[in-house]
Design a binder for this molecule. Sequence first.
Ligand code: ADE
Length: 224
Amino acid sequence: AVAVRRPGLRGAGAGDRARMSLEVEILTLFPAMVAGPLGESIPRRIQERGIAEIRVRDLRDWGLGRHRTVDDYTYGGGAGMVLRPEPVAAALAELRRDETTVVLLDPAGEPFRQSTAVELAGERHLVFLCPRYEGIDERIRTLVDRELSIGDYVLTGGELAALVVVDAVIRLLPGAIEADSIAEESFSEGLLEYPQYTRPARFMDLGVPAVLTSGDHGAVRRWR
Ligand code: ADE
């Protein structure tokens, strides 16, 4: 038998939970890959304001044995290593609560859409599982609630996909960005957003539609 390491609980205490609208955990073998983008710009502000709490967890902390092994050769032979199920099971045993939705990022998953982002923004606790390596043990799928793909192409791992999903979800949380922007934007109405202009009034011989500077708000609305 191989011992499974279970690190102690970290992060926010239960007392903080009531105030948080969404808790997100990203389970990855490369924490640095996801930490950077979430520490900048709007995602950073969303966390600073306590609208979302995002924790990046190193899957290797639940690795097997002294070497914290997470992968192994594929049964039946073949190239590449496969993510073993036990580290994932151990991590989820620790992170999962009644209200948790566990999302596996996988190119064969359900296509991620704006409507999926809206659904996930209504959750309380999301755990994103980002596999690396050439594949995952098929039994890992029984441990997750949802499998999402961000498009018909194959990435080197789930990290970039998780970032895309988390970014699209957290900006929908109340107070994250101006409510007007969300209501007006393209996907909310299934339409492309209208063209926008700012200064200068002339740029490389290209002007701005006259209606936008006419002051006629009704006309602007119709044009948009
Ligand atoms: N992992 C690798 N490729 C992916 C994709 N297109 N979507 C989600 N997860 C992935």
